[in-house]
Design a protein around this ligand. Structure first.
Ligand SMILES: [Zn+2]
Length: 147
């Protein structure tokens, strides 16, 4: 659907201009009507085809105009949807960054042992518990427990 409407503004305008020229110069009528003149007798049907042939570029102009308008409306809605999705993505990304910043801020509130008070292993970077035995490495916490 998007592919169908993507260039509707260009195709629509070209279609309208071409058919306007065909209509104003009577080119299409001159090309088509001799074929019917040679094969048909005068009558209501011929009169109808005569008018129809005369008006065909006009009909095509209206169709191209409808295509152009429908295409513009579709593409506008499509672009709005894309913008909305991008906004949602940005908000999600922002929330993730905020979350990791909050975690970092929470981490920096405390002081940590460089070595585990329980098993003596060195503290891994950005960890508040010992990766070997699970003991808390927060200095304040252990003090509280002792008291
Ligand atoms: Zn430990």
């Amino acid at each position: 659907m998007k592919r169908f409407f993507k260039y509707s503004h260009i195709i629509g305008i070209i279609g309208i201009v071409v058919n306007l020229i065909l209509f104003m110069t009577n080119r299409y009528y001159e090309l088509v009507i001799p074929f019917f003149e040679n094969t048909m007798e005068d009558g209501y049907l011929f009169t109808f085809i005569d008018y129809l042939t005369y008006l065909t570029p006009m009909i095509f102009m209206v169709l191209f105009l409808a295509y152009l308008i429908a295409g513009r409306i579709y593409m506008r809605n499509h672009n709005l949807k894309v913008e909305e999705q991008e906004t949602v993505k940005l908000v999600e990304k922002n929330n993730e960054i905020q979350k990791s910043l909050d975690e970092k801020a929470e981490f920096l509130k405390h002081k940590y042992y460089t070595n585990c008070p329980n098993c003596g292993a060195a503290r891994q970077e950005n960890r508040n518990v010992c990766v070997f035995c699970g003991a808390s490495l927060i200095i304040g916490n252990n003090k509280d427990k002792k008291e």
